[in-house]
Design a binder for this molecule. Structure first.
Ligand SMILES: Nc1ncnc2c1ncn2[C@@H]1O[C@H](COP(=O)(O)OP(=O)(O)O)[C@@H](O)[C@H]1O
Ligand SMILES: [Mg+2]
Length: 219
């Protein structure tokens, strides 16, 4: 079982959206996925209830109960746990960072998000945790200087998972329907992007689990 936590001190960067879409893409690729929602806003829980898919369960878990919850899942058939966290530094986000095999830090290509990512990265480095950045909500039409600079900044801070994720209505529509981008339009660009992102994440997880400390080494 591998555990991924979506973490960043910035709200609105796409933690819940990407947790949901990655969960569906991973499930379609054969993983048994379990979602843990540690955010009091409960976006992922509401998405899951709308979805009503018993094969993709969600549970709300407090910081104190996270280690026991993960230990129980470790004994089940679950192969992938994705933890969604609040946007601020809380015991919940600290517990998720501590428990995860890999922390993903989504950021939009804006300087405020990059600065917030830097702070999260600092914390993860202090904790000695593996991490990778995601660049989300990039302009879909052209790769602007803002995106190129953002990608370079995150790359230099310890590694960026590809592809860059564009700003697309499909991500919002999928969330509204309790589905993933790969379900609402399997041949669409958002679906392709999400599948590629899962493939990159899977490769990164394999390296982390095998002890090849990619994030730490690159940082
Ligand atoms: N790639 C994307 N394209 C378009 N809208 C997006 C994308 N990612 C996230 N959003 C939208 O941005 C907002 C914030 O996303 P959300 O997942 O709630 O962020 P967080 O959980 O980090 O606070 C939501 O309204 C969501 O629909
Ligand atoms: Mg959220």
């Amino acid at each position: 079982m591998r555990t991924v936590a979506m973490v960043t001190q910035k709200g609105g960067s796409g933690k819940s959206t990407l947790s949901a879409c990655l969960a569906v893409a991973a499930q379609e690729a054969g993983e048994r996925v379990f979602l843990i929602d540690m955010d009091p806003q409960k976006s992922l829980t509401k998405w899951c209830h709308r979805r009503a898919d018993k094969n993709l369960p969600v549970e709300s878990v407090s910081a104190g109960k996270l280690p026991d919850a993960l230990a129980a899942l470790e004994k089940s058939k679950v192969t992938l746990v994705i933890i969604d966290t609040p946007a601020t530094e809380t015991p919940a986000s600290d517990a998720a960072m501590k428990a995860a095999d890999l922390c993903l830090i989504p950021a939009r290509p804006t300087i405020f998000d990059i600065w917030a990512s830097e702070a999260t990265r600092g914390k993860l480095k202090t904790m000695g945790k593996e991490f990778a950045f995601l660049l989300n909500q990039c302009p879909a039409m052209q790769e602007s200087q803002r995106v190129t600079d953002g990608a370079a900044a995150l790359e230099s801070m310890g590694g960026l998972l590809r592809p860059l994720i564009a700003s697309r209505v499909a991500y919002q529509e999928a969330a509204r329907e309790g589905r993933g981008t790969t379900e609402i339009d399997p041949d669409g660009k958002a679906a392709e992007e999400t599948r590629m992102l899962w493939a990159s994440l899977k490769r990164r997880l394999a390296k982390v689990k095998s002890g090849d400390k990619v994030g730490k080494r690159a940082a």
